[in-house]
Design a protein. Sequence first.
Length: 186
Amino acid sequence: MLACRIEPMEKGQAERLMPMLEEVLAEAGLVWRDLAAIGVGTGPGNFTGVRISVAAARGLALSLGVPALGVTAFEALSYGLASSVVTLVDARRGAVWLAADDLAPTQADQGALPESLRGRDFVGHGADSAAASLGGTEIEPAHPLPVAIALIAELRRSTQQPRPAPLYLRAADAAPSADPPPVILP
């Protein structure tokens, strides 16, 4: 790993993303043309942040002529762990998205996780409270999220992959525009 940067933010992702990527490349002594692939987190997560990151990755990949490779937060959080874990991602509003090898991604109330998860290993958001309430074990991620995304993308680079697309597990909070759509002239 040559460089890694994590900047949690509620707003301003679109404005900050490209300058931050430039800084990380410079810190690693690289330029855009040195990249062989673009790995991107596809969510679930902040609706706007995921949309911005996937669009940026696809645009950069197209302009650089390299593949863009999507990795879910579930895959990244559980990457490198020895056991099958229940992966928890913050869904806000007191909820989590959870997934495991034997469990499709779903949303659950963080304070009332399914009893079927009793005794399991948990990683991610609220893993400590999930483990305590269900008699399981909290497991720390093996890598920071961006590092795991990069490692998984590198593994996938030699195989044909679909274009990255956001993993949305619930509808956006924003309401559709009340304005009529623009008229496209011939």
